[in-house]
Design a protein around this ligand. Structure first.
Ligand code: ADP
Ligand code: MG
Length: 373
């Protein structure tokens, strides 16, 4: 069942359209991440759902009800902000139950809910402390507790972990996800961090300049980016982009005379290749695409290897223990299906559109297909 329904919503601040004709739905019990660079309209969208601002155009329904003009509590939403915004003079317990006492919930029921939430978040031993006596991670847990105790049908989180260090962020994002699944909370989670989005979300909505760039499962965005923007934004190491041109035997890397990468036209197209899909082979191996290693970034289990194809740098990911040395001459190979083809002008993906047959025709330069099983 649809829990939050956003229909053609726009929000203008003066001349700026912070949110521009955005539509999406969030199902009950689903964790949807609004992802995108700073300034793309994520917080504005969340505040519109929370009832902190009203849309300039469009409508928002929660649990089937148009919520225009209703407060957050009346809409059935609770929100967690990036700044914990705890009351410094109140104890942890009072901070968590503040919203309930304002709403006149009975003491016994309040105590019961507090016990449950404190247990879920591991805050039992800290209930009598003041916020100043807590670490950043503990303060963020209190802020989360304050939102969860409301037992609102929808929980909204705006970059709740960005003030924390990397290890704590990783721990807490797992905790939030586990809690969300255990309690079947409908959650909309805002972040600019693609790792956070990909690792937590049932669905990711990638935003750009107030619009939705792509809405899909994390694997959809990774495996089938609809545009150069998505391709660039999603993925651990950045995707390689090679401008193509027409050579005598098919598409070639622009500025080179070959070898041909595939038989169709390359002009005006960009080939995207993830570093993890590029295999570094020996020069005598199966590739006619030769390069020189100019840098190796060793990361333990893996290494990021920069290979120069003439003037162009191509990043390849290898096992940490099998990275070639700097200066090595290598051959580069990739699986036919690993290539992503985009229109250079519009930035849109080509391989699944009218030019449908292009993707299967992408092949390794040696015509030997994939070297991966
Ligand atoms: P994000 O959360 O993705 O970083 P925001 O939603 O905060 O982006 O901002 C989107 C755009 O709207 C930005 O250009 C920002 O400057 C503008 N904006 C946000 N809030 C306000 C406001 N209260 N008044 C004027 N402009 C705003
Ligand atoms: Mg923001």
């Amino acid at each position: 069942m649809v829990s939050v329904d956003v229909r053609s919503v726009s929000k203008a601040w003066g001349d700026t359209l912070a949110v521009n004709d955005v539509s999406f739905a969030v199902n009950e019990g689903e964790l949807v991440v609004l992802l995108g660079p700073s300034g793309c309209g994520k917080s504005t969208m969340l505040r519109l759902i929370a009832g902190l601002d009203e849309p300039t155009a469009g409508a928002i329904a929660i649990e089937g009800r148009d919520v225009r003009g209703l407060t957050g509590a009346a809409r059935g939403v609770a929100m967690v902000f990036q700044s914990y915004a705890l009351f410094p003079h109140l104890t942890v317990a009072d901070n968590i139950t503040f919203g309930l006492s304002v709403r006149g919930i009975a003491r016994a029921q309040m105590a019961q809910r507090l016990e449950k939430i404190a247990g879920l978040l591991g805050l039992e031993a800290l209930l009598k402390r003041k916020p100043a006596q807590l670490s950043g991670g503990q303060q963020q847990r209190v802020a989360l507790g304050r939102a969860l105790i409301a037992e609102a049908p929808v929980c909204l989180l705006d970059e709740p972990l960005s003030n924390l260090d990397a290890q704590l962020r990783q721990d807490l994002r797992r905790e939030i996800r586990a809690l969300q699944q255990r309690l079947s909370i409908t959650m909309i989670y805002v972040t600019h961090d693609q790792t956070e989005a990909m690792s937590m979300a049932d669905r990711v909505i990638l935003m750009r300049g107030g619009r939705i760039e792509q809405n899909g499962r994390p694997a959809d965005l990774y495996e089938c980016p609809a545009s150069l923007f998505t391709a660039r934004f999603i993925g651990g190491a950045p995707m390689n982009f090679l401008d193509l041109d027409d050579g005598p035997h098919g598409a070639v890397i622009a500025g080179t005379t070959g070898p041909a990468l595939f038989t169709a036209s390359g002009r005006g197209r960009v080939l995207g290749l993830r570093p993890e899909d590029v295999t570094v082979d020996s020069v005598s191996g199966r590739s006619r695409l030769h390069a020189t290693v100019t840098a190796v970034e060793y990361l333990g289990a893996e290494a990021l290897v920069t290979c120069m194809l003439g003037e162009r740098a191509l990043l390849a990911r290898t096992r940490g223990d099998s990275a070639p040395p700097v200066g090595a001459a290598v051959g580069l190979v990739w699986d036919a299906a690993a290539g992503h083809l985009f229109d250079a002008t519009s930035g849109r993906r080509l391989s699944e559109t009218g030019a449908g047959s292009l993707s299967p025709q992408l092949h390794t330069v040696s015509n030997q297909g994939s070297i991966r099983a």
